[in-house]
Design a protein around this ligand. Structure first.
Ligand code: NAP
Length: 294
């Protein structure tokens, strides 16, 4: 590749850890960002298990790896191995980005800010005063609800298959709920009404994700055609939920922007430069279409 940065003895190392990890689009996206900005860095994917996580973190310090992204199942466990946790990441209870400042490791969470930036940019939504229904209560949901609360919606309800997890999440984030915002949890029996009443419906479950496409976490007849429907999933880009919501007349939003922006914020923490968001998006789109045409 003509614009490939030469790897030499000054090259700075970056990477993503997870188990599994080979499906990750982060290396293609981040290496494109380094090439685009002329940064002498290289970003790899490391298959790290729960057992090898402490050794990996020792390796980060020893090799002076500048930045690490963290994905399933390490977002929680990695926290106790770091020196500092950013306030937002501490509130969310998960880290997806590590910055190494000469051996001092700080954990951040860019999932929530990445998602909300993408939602606002792509749907032109002003979230203040809105009624939001969030389906799911897993790891990704935590950061999203925490960040959405800062936008001061009128009401945010978390609905999950396992209702206790939704309640636990609402309880643990209630401290961050601004005055004038109602934060609630509910069981899936209330889902139809909660969808009908919502200005924005967000799927944070894995229902509809590759390879189990063709299923939706809700009946699209429950949706208000004026509503915006958002799905965290970006593989496929148009989930069954989004396809049906679009037919219903709703505005739709997929998870690609979240993926790009969580990476863009990480890039900015590591390098102090603005991320080349357009190039990053183009690279991920290309990689996704190469995968589907196989
Ligand atoms: P997770 O922690 O495993 O949580 C999964 C959630 O989905 C739980 O609430 C779970 O409910 C629910 N769920 C799973 N199968 C279900 C089913 N058959 N019916 C109803 N609910 C079901 O996963 P996560 O890390 O939060 O990720 C969730 C989704 O977000 C994934 O699709 C992932 O790809 C996507 N994501 C996207 C980005 C991005 O950058 N766009 C970033 C992170 C995650 P229970 O509690 O009842 O089990």
């Amino acid at each position: 590749m003509s614009n490939m940065q030469q790897i030499d003895s000054y090259t700075t190392l970056f990477g993503v850890i997870g188990d599994p990890i080979r499906h990750s689009k982060s290396p293609v996206m981040m290496n494109r960002a380094f090439r685009e900005t002329g940064i002498n860095g290289v970003y790899a994917a490391f298959h790290i298990t729960t057992e090898t996580l402490p050794d990996f973190i020792r390796g980060v310090r020893a090799m002076n790896i500048r930045g690490v992204n963290v994905t399933i199942p390490h977002k929680l466990n990695v926290m106790e191995l770091l020196d500092r946790i950013d306030q937002g990441a501490a509130a969310i209870g998960a880290v997806n980005t590590i910055v190494n400042d000469n051996g001092i490791l700080t954990g951040y969470n860019t999932d929530g800010i990445g998602y909300v930036r993408s939602l606002k940019e792509e749907t032109f939504a002003d979230l203040a005063g809105k009624t939001i229904t969030v389906i799911g209560a897993g790891g990704a949901c935590r950061g999203i609800v925490y960040t959405l609360l800062q936008e001061k919606p009128k009401k945010l309800t978390i609905v999950n298959r396992t209702a206790e997890k939704a309640e636990e999440l609402a309880q643990s984030l209630s401290f961050y709920c601004p005055v004038g915002t109602e934060l609630d949890a509910s069981s899936t029996e209330e889902l139809a009404t909660l969808c009908t009443d919502a200005d924005i419906v967000i799927n944070t479950t894995s229902v509809g994700m590759h390879p189990h496409t063709g299923i939706s976490p809700l009946d699209s007849l429950w949706l208000n055609p004026q509503a915006t429907v958002s799905d965290l999933i970006y593989n496929p880009l148009q989930t069954e939920l989004l396809r049906l919501a679009e037919l219903r007349g709703c505005k739709t939003h997929n998870g690609l922007g979240m993926f790009i922006y969580q990476g863009a914020y990480a890039f900015e923490y590591w390098t102090g430069k603005s991320a080349p968001v357009q190039a990053m998006r183009e690279t991920v789109m290309l990689s996704l279409s190469a995968q589907t045409s196989k």
